[in-house]
Design a protein around this ligand. Structure first.
Ligand code: DDQ
Length: 268
């Protein structure tokens, strides 16, 4: 039977019938890449703001002048909000020691947040950061990594190449999945996400890059190279990776785990 493949790696089984009627199954992986290369997006760093270097950033958002940040690690996980320019939180909502906080997203007056291996997510009141409820992560999501909201669905990552579109009224339900792929590679370890103007921006864990992704197909259409910024901020610690994308108007805000700065990036 003819089959249409989607971007990414597709596991397929060929069923081969021999003349004598015998059936042989052959498993294979087919790599499907984007037709066009990722465009190298140029940018200029136009401002720097302080960032608390004790925060192991897992989620990063901006609305108005307020930054919302989810910091991870067992025993240190918290959701905070502060005004851009000050790194002192106006409100801090700490997690119990066994919870490792991950990506977060604003939906109306609520904040949704994933956890790393706890298999649950939380819903908070955006103004008070008071925890309102929790939900189970979909079974197909092994670990909670990044989260964003595209105006219709929550979009989650789990360290694979996939973007999982979740029902915002019941985030335990996956409504659609796409794999992220460029012209010559599929991208595993898709991590922190931000939806902006029809595209999803994502960093890739342990790589100093941010991808611009078409959410309809998973195609990485563009790529930012932040090698220099990462080297200046990681203090030689391999876990102090770039991880944090937010938008301030059409400029991107970028930070990382335990970085002492937030950078405002004008996209060219
Ligand atoms: N994630 O960001 C990839 C989603 C989770 C990373 C968890 C890494 C824990 C490493 C602990 C290092 C201690 C500084």
């Amino acid at each position: 039977d003819p089959k249409f493949f989607t971007l990414g790696d597709n596991d397929v089984t060929f069923i081969i019938k021999t003349k004598s009627g015998e059936t042989l199954n052959q498993d294979a992986t087919i790599n499907v890449f984007a037709k066009n290369p990722e465009q190298n997006i140029s940018y200029a760093i136009i401002a720097e703001y302080p960032h608390d270097p004790t925060n192991f950033v897992e989620g990063f958002l901006m609305e108005g002048n307020t930054v919302y940040e989810s910091a991870g690690l067992d025993g240190a996980s918290k959701l905070i909000k502060y005004t851009l320019g000050s790194s002192t939180p106006a409100i801090t909502e700490k997690q119990p020691a066994e919870i490792f906080s991950e990506g977060c997203a604003i939906v109306g007056d609520k904040i949704y947040q994933l956890t790393y291996k706890n298999k649950i997510g939380f819903v908070y009141d955006k103004n008070s950061l008071r925890k309102l409820s929790q939900f189970p992560l979909p079974n197909v999501i092994g670990e909670g990594w990044g989260l964003t909201y595209d105006g219709k669905n929550l979009v989650a990552t789990d360290g694979s190449k996939n973007l999982y579109f979740l029902d915002v009224n019941d985030p335990s339900k996956v409504v659609r999945t796409v794999a992220v792929a460029g012209h010559t590679e599929t991208y595993a370890n898709i991590n922190e996400l931000e939806y902006h103007n029809g595209f999803i921006y994502s960093n890739v864990w342990h790589q100093p890059i941010i991808l611009k992704i078409n959410p309809a197909t998973g195609e990485a259409v563009g790529k930012f190279d932040f090698t220099k910024l990462t080297k200046e901020n990681d203090q030689g610690n391999s876990e102090h990776v770039l991880n944090g994308i937010a938008f301030k108007g059409n400029n991107m805000l970028v930070t990382g785990k335990n970085w002492s700065k937030i950078y405002e990036v004008a996209i060219q």
